[in-house]
Design a protein around this ligand. Structure first.
Ligand SMILES: Nc1ncnc2c1ncn2[C@@H]1O[C@H](COP(=O)(O)OP(=O)(O)OP(=O)(O)O)[C@@H](O)[C@H]1O
Ligand SMILES: [Mg+2]
Length: 258
């Protein structure tokens, strides 16, 4: 199958408010697709909907993953099929260590029950790659983690679960220059693994694209994809902001009305 993910004319509402107004996009196996757009344009909504969050109601359209319509299956089943979502705002859970959380996630998603010792060994190897301190795994999940540490914990989870489709929602936000490189290297390492992970990367900034090279860039505005292009589009956005896209879209709408 050429495409890992096909989103077809997706319309989605939250609390009866229409957020996504007909989104179509495709990601080929092993491709990295970047999704940009101003705040509130619906990027996270799309990511949550692909992951199957119950808050997001699909009014019409389909999500096809590896030739299967997954629109109606539960998030945990989607995770078992190899879909992973890194959250824009990871939540804190006190009393659950990162290590325990990761072991539970690993067992549930991969259906492999490693002994405590074997899991710790695997975890330590991955933590070393991400240049994380040994004590990190024994802290409560995300509690007191800095913004950058939370993002690293998400990538640690990604490295352990080795998904085939990773939805990365602003994984680059709040990272310092070194952390950005470490996190990007982490994504690239998993990407280069035998699974040929596909990535939907949501970002506001060009800088992560110095490390992770996209095959395609989509721009969202008011719940629709209004433009697509390559890396040059990201540079144009960085230089000009979103107003020129808004003007272009409004111009098109006016032409249609005349
Ligand atoms: N429960 C809700 N009720 C009403 N509107 C909502 C609800 N949840 C989300 N929205 C709206 O949906 C729109 C899209 O939100 P979303 O989080 O997908 O945007 P985004 O593109 O990810 O923005 P950002 O770049 O700021 O992360 C926003 O206008 C938001 O206010
Ligand atoms: Mg968002």
């Amino acid at each position: 199958m050429e495409y890992d993910l096909i989103v077809e004319n997706l319309e989605v509402s939250v609390d009866c408010k229409k957020i996504l107004k007909g989104i179509s996009l495709k990601i080929k196996k092993g491709e990295t697709v970047v999704l940009m757009g101003p705040n509130g344009s619906g990027k996270s909504t799309l990511a949550y909907t692909i992951m199957g969050h119950p808050k997001y109601k699909i009014d019409s359209g389909k999500i096809i993953y590896k030739e299967k319509d997954i629109s109606k299956i539960k998030p945990n089943e989607r995770a078992k099929l190899g879909i992973f979502l890194s959250f824009q705002y990871p939540s804190e859970i006190s009393g659950v260590t990162l290590s325990n959380f990761l072991r539970t996630a690993y067992t549930a998603v991969k259906a492999i029950r490693l002994s405590f010792t074997d899991f710790r060994k695997l975890l330590k190897e991955q933590m070393k790659l991400l240049k994380l301190d040994d004590t990190f795994a024994d802290r409560s999940l995300n509690e007191g983690f800095s913004g950058g540490e939370k993002k690293k914990a998400e990538i640690l989870q990604l490295a352990l679960l080795e998904p085939s489709l990773a939805l990365l929602d602003e994984t680059d936000s709040g990272l310092d220059i070194d952390a950005l490189k470490i996190v990007s290297d982490g994504v690239n390492t998993v990407k280069a693994s035998h699974k040929q992970m596909s990535v939907l990367l949501i970002t506001h900034y060009q800088r992560i694209l110095n490390y992770i090279h996209p095959n395609k860039v989509y721009v969202m505005l008011h719940g629709k994809i209004v433009m697509e292009g390559g890396n040059e589009l990201v540079k144009e956005l960085e230089a000009k902001g979103y107003d020129w896209i808004r003007e272009k879209v409004e111009h098109k709408v006016r032409l249609k009305l005349i």
